[in-house]
Design a binder for this molecule. Structure first.
Ligand code: TRP
Length: 418
């Protein structure tokens, strides 16, 4: 499995910009301006890329309905590395999105061999974190959701093994449950539009999840009865597998339209308006009427040791249940953007932009922009050495965790395993 973006690799892919152009991910700056208020995770460059976020930003701006969904694999305790996506979900709910969280216990069981009971325990912890951050919305465990499983089966009619091989590098040895966990994630992403009603859906994820996003976008399109395309001076509605009666109805809805074998051409019409009506016809005839889902991609916070933050490397992460002295030790022992000697650092200054501790402050520990800029300046100008910064950061982390634990406790009663 050595495709360039691999959701199961523990190696973080470095060259984000290169990946973007390789896979057609756009820079978030192309659409951020549509938002009435740019959240700090975009302003600070944490969320960097997107697919089709324009339709979400417009829904926020215009007060139209949209869904926000993401998922967590319960293969270990939640830690600081999971907070970014959680905050993104909470923010989108606050902007009017209807929230969905999936606990990917099928994936954890299939790919990481986590026993079901452990999946449930870890899953509860993730949900508790979300509620502590102010999440409001629906939650489910994949293994307990029958509508989801039926949707996964339907989605599976649109994928074959050579596609899975091309996207994920699956081989003849890959077990079937692994493929099932992939199609379950596809169903997760489409689920809000089935459980509630079709609407743009934003899926905040790390760049490693892009293969799933691409696969799902393709399947969402294949599961549509119609495509609506803007042509020179008219809109073309093409039937892919719509019943004849549905196409006839589209024709009747638009006076002046012309009907051909398999498509209807509508002169002088707006694409958005036609899409909306065609979607209604599709749903009335038993179709899904999916909006192709959107995604945002955030950078990963580096592990405290400089590599990836991963549950499999305990020194790289801080969970929410560690004793204070362990937290302090991890922060004090972290890799930094410091120089080889103190003298050199005083002369050249530190390198905050590649320092895991600075990024920890930037991601989560310092909300005030001016305060963050001051930390950056003091480091870069050789005014503050790593030892001092570590001490200050450790205190911030401890204060954060204490507060967060209290919030988690207060939110425990909201967690439902279903
Ligand atoms: N595969 C994701 C992970 O490894 C978890 C996940 C399952 C997910 N379903 C999802 C993420 C739907 C986003 C959307 O963490």
């Amino acid at each position: 499995m050595d495709t360039p973006i691999n959701p199961w690799s523990s190696q973080q892919t470095e060259d984000i910009e290169k990946l973007f152009s390789l896979f057609g991910i756009e820079h978030i700056s192309t659409v951020a301006g549509i938002l009435p208020r740019v959240p700090s995770f975009i302003a600070r460059g944490v969320v960097v890329g997107h697919r089709d976020y324009g339709q979400i930003a417009e829904a926020i701006r215009d007060g139209r309905p949209f869904h926000v969904l993401t998922g967590f694999m319960p293969s270990g305790h939640p830690h600081l590395g999971h907070l970014m996506v959680m905050k993104e979900v909470v923010w989108h709910v606050e902007q009017g999105g209807s929230g969905y969280i999936t606990i990917a216990d099928r994936e954890a069981h299939a790919v990481r061999e986590i026993p079901w009971q452990r999946c449930e325990e870890f899953g509860r912890e993730y949900l508790q974190c979300l509620y502590a951050l102010g999440y409001r919305g629906r939650t489910y465990f994949q293994s307990r959701n029958n509508v989801l499983k039926d949707l996964a089966f339907e989605a599976a009619t649109k994928v074959n093994f050579s596609e899975l091989r091309a996207i994920y590098g699956f081989s003849d040895e890959t077990d079937l449950a692994h493929a099932e966990s992939v199609i379950t994630q596809v169903a997760d992403i489409l689920y809000p539009q089935v459980e509630s009603s079709p609407a743009p859906t934003i899926v905040p994820v790390g760049i490693d999840q892009d293969p799933h996003i691409r696969l799902t976008r393709g399947i969402a399109h294949k599961l549509r009865m119609f495509t609506v395309e803007e042509r020179d001076g008219y809109i073309s509605v093409r039937s892919k597998n719509a019943p004849a009666e549905a196409l006839a109805e589209v024709h009747r809805m638009f006076p002046g339209s012309r009907k051909y074998e398999g498509h209807v051409d509508i002169p002088r019409a707006g694409c958005r308006e036609v899409s909306t009506l065609v979607r209604k016809v599709e749903i009335a005839h038993g179709g899904y009427g999916f909006y192709t889902p959107s995604a945002t991609y955030h950078r990963f916070m580096p592990g405290l040791q400089g590599g990836k933050m991963s549950s499999s490397i305990p020194e790289s992460i801080i969970t929410f249940f560690e004793p204070d002295d362990v937290v302090r030790k991890k922060v004090m022992g972290a890799f930094t953007g410091g120089r080889a000697t103190l003298a050199e650092q005083k002369e050249l200054g530190g390198q905050p932009d590649r320092c895991p501790l600075f990024l920890l402050n930037l991601f989560h520990m310092v909300e005030d922009d001016a305060e963050l800029a001051e930390i950056h300046r003091r480091c870069r100008e050789g005014e503050m050495m790593c030892g001092q910064c570590k001490k200050e950061t450790a205190e911030r982390v401890l204060a954060f965790i204490r507060d967060f634990r209290e919030k988690m406790e207060a939110a425990a009663h909201l967690v439902k395993v279903e």
